[in-house]
Design a protein around this ligand. Structure first.
Ligand code: ADP
Length: 449
C-alpha cells in the first residue's frame, strides 16, 4: 500500500480524498494555490504545499508544478480527483515516468477514451450500442453537412476533446449548419485547444443514465448500478440520483453488462463511468466514458455501501477486488444536490464572496461533502460548487423528503446560492413523478428566475 498520497485538486473532493487516506492509514499531502492558503484541504491534510498563483494554469493545471511537489514531498501516488488534470493523459504519463502512481487508468487508456470519437469507435468494435452518427472525426464542415443530411436532422456536433457541455451544438436543419459548426469549433479551440468535431444523431428527450464500474489489474470488472443525471442545465448536471426511477431490472442488467463489456474491451483499470442515453422505448446508447471519479459518486456509495475513493486507491496499489457481481446490491435510493454560489435570477451567474456563517444539516441518511466553513472565501478563480448534499432513504419519495428537509436546514450566509432553485426542482410534479428527461429544466427551468 502507498505511504503518502498527494492530492492534485482542491475543494470538497480534496477533503473527500484526505478522509479516505486517513481511514486507510495513508499520509496525505494537499496542494494549494496562493488563493487557497486557508483552504480546509490544506488544514486537514497531514502536509500541505503551495504550488503557485491563483490561476489554475499556474497551479492546479500545471503538471510540472504538481509533480515537483509530489517529488519534493516524497509522495508515492497522486490522486487527481475530477476536473483539472484528472483526464490528462500527458500528466498520467509524466507520473508513470517519474514512478509515481497515478490513481486512475494508465495514460494510454485515458488518451483512447478521452477522445470521444475514438472511444465510440472502440465501443462499436466491442459490440456496445452507440448513438448513431459519423464514425470518427469530421474532416471538415462540408463533409459534416453532407453526413448530417444522411443521418437526418436534428443532429448534435461535439468537440472531440470536449467536456462540461462546451463545444456542443444541436442543429435542427441544414440552414443552421454553417453558423453552428463555425461557432462550436471556435469555442472548442478556445476551451480545449482542439477544434475537431464529431457528429451524431440528436435523440429527443432521452434520459442520461450512467453506470459506475470498478476494474482491477487482473481484469475483474464490476458494475455498481447506475446514476440518473437527467436534471441538467445547458447539458450540465444539477442533481443526480441512484437508482434511475424508470429502469427495469432487466434493463439495469443489460446496461451493467454493456458497461462491463466496454471496460473490458479497452483493458480498463480503476474506477470509471460509462455514460448512456436512454430513449423512451427503453433502448440505450453509449455516449462516452469518463476515466475518473465523478462529482456524483456519493449517490453510488450510499446505495452500494462501498467507498469508491478507497477502492480507487486499493486498485492503484495493485490489490484485486475480491467480489462477485451478485454480491453488489443496491439498497434504497440516494439523491445528490449540487449547491453552488450562484444567482439563479441572474442566469446563474457565479457569486463569489465570503461565507460569513454556515450550518450543515444532519440526521439519519444525510451526508454533506464540502470544504466550506464559516469565514471561508469563495474564490472567483474556481468552480462555484460549495456543498454536495446527499440524502439516502428506503424509497425515492422518502429520499426526496429527506433532501427537502436538508435544504431547508442548510444555512450559507454571505453568498447567494441555488438552494431555493433545487428545492423547487424537488417539489415539481414532473420530477416527483420520476418521468422527467434531459429536457426537464429547459421546459420548466424558469422555476424561480
Ligand atoms: P460533456 O462531456 O461536455 O458533458 P456529453 O457528451 O457527456 O458532454 O453530453 C452532455 C449531455 O448532452 C448529455 O447528458 C445529454 O443530455 C446531452 N446529449 C449529448 N449527446 C446527445 C445526443 N446525441 N442526443 C441527445 N442529447 C445528447
Amino acid at each position: 500500500m502507498f505511504r503518502k498520497i498527494l492530492i492534485a485538486n482542491r475543494g470538497e473532493i480534496a477533503v473527500r480524498i484526505i478522509r479516505a487516506c486517513r481511514e486507510m492509514g495513508i499520509l496525505s499531502v494537499a496542494v494549494y494555490s496562493e488563493e487557497d492558503e486557508d483552504s480546509l484541504a490544506a488544514m486537514l491534510a497531514d502536509e500541505a504545499i503551495c504550488i503557485g498563483p491563483a490561476p489554475s494554469s499556474y497551479s492546479y493545471l500545471s503538471a510540472e508544478r504538481i509533480l515537483s511537489a509530489a517529488i519534493a514531498m516524497g509522495a508515492d501516488a497522486i490522486h487527481p480527483g475530477f476536473g483539472f488534470l484528472s483526464e490528462n493523459s500527458r500528466f498520467a504519463k509524466m507520473c508513470e515516468e517519474c514512478h509515481i502512481r497515478f490513481i486512475g487508468p494508465d495514460s494510454e487508456t485515458i488518451a483512447r477514451m478521452g477522445s470521444k470519437s475514438e472511444a465510440k469507435k472502440n465501443m462499436v468494435e466491442a459490440g456496445v450500442p452507440v448513438v448513431p452518427g459519423y464514425p470518427g472525426v469530421l474532416p471538415d464542415s462540408q463533409t459534416g453537412k453532407r453526413e448530417a443530411e444522411k443521418i437526418g436532422y436534428p443532429v448534435i456536433i461535439k468537440a472531440v476533446s470536449g467536456g462540461g457541455g462546451k463545444g456542443m451544438r444541436i442543429i435542427r436543419s441544414q440552414e443552421e449548419w454553417d453558423l453552428q459548426y463555425a461557432s462550436a469549433s471556435r469555442e472548442a479551440e478556445k476551451a480545449f485547444g482542439d477544434s475537431r468535431m464529431y457528429l451524431e444523431k440528436y435523440l429527443e428527450n432521452p434520459r442520461h443514465v450512467e453506470v459506475q464500474i470498478l476494474a482491477d489489474r487482473e481484469g475483474n470488472v464490476f458494475h455498481l448500478g447506475e446514476r440518473d443525471c437527467s436534471v441538467q442545465r445547458h447539458h450540465q448536471k444539477v442533481l443526480e440520483e441512484s437508482p434511475c426511477s424508470v429502469l427495469t431490472e432487466t434493463q439495469r442488467q443489460k446496461m451493467g453488462d454493456a458497461a462491463v463489456k466496454a471496460a473490458k474491451a479497452v483493458g480498463y483499470e480503476n474506477a470509471g463511468t460509462v455514460e448512456f442515453l436512454l430513449d423512451k422505448q427503453g433502448n440505450f446508447y453509449f455516449m462516452e466514458m469518463n476515466t475518473r471519479i465523478q462529482v456524483e459518486h456519493p449517490v453510488t456509495e450510499e446505495v452500494t455501501g462501498l467507498d469508491l475513493i478507497q477502492a480507487q486507491i486499493r486498485i492503484a496499489a495493485g490489490e484485486s477486488l475480491p467480489w462477485k457481481q451478485e454480491e453488489i446490491r443496491l439498497r434504497g435510493h440516494a439523491i445528490e444536490c449540487r449547491i453552488n454560489a450562484e444567482i439563479p435570477a441572474r442566469n446563474f451567474m457565479p457569486c463569489p464572496g465570503t461565507v460569513t456563517d454556515c450550518h450543515f444539516p444532519g440526521g439519519p441518511g444525510i451526508r454533506v461533502d464540502s470544504a466550506v466553513y464559516a469565514g471561508c472565501r469563495i474564490s472567483p478563480y474556481y468552480d462555484s460548487m460549495l456543498v454536495k448534499l446527499i440524502a439516502h432513504a428506503d424509497t425515492r419519495e422518502a429520499a426526496i423528503r429527506r433532501m427537502e428537509g436538508a435544504l431547508e436546514e442548510l444555512v450559507l450566509e454571505g453568498v447567494e446560492t441555488n438552494q431555493e432553485y433545487l428545492h423547487e426542482i424537488l417539489a415539481h410534479p414532473v420530477f416527483r413523478s420520476g418521468e422527467h428527461d434531459t429536457s426537464f429544466l429547459e421546459k420548466y427551468g424558469s422555476l424561480n428566475e
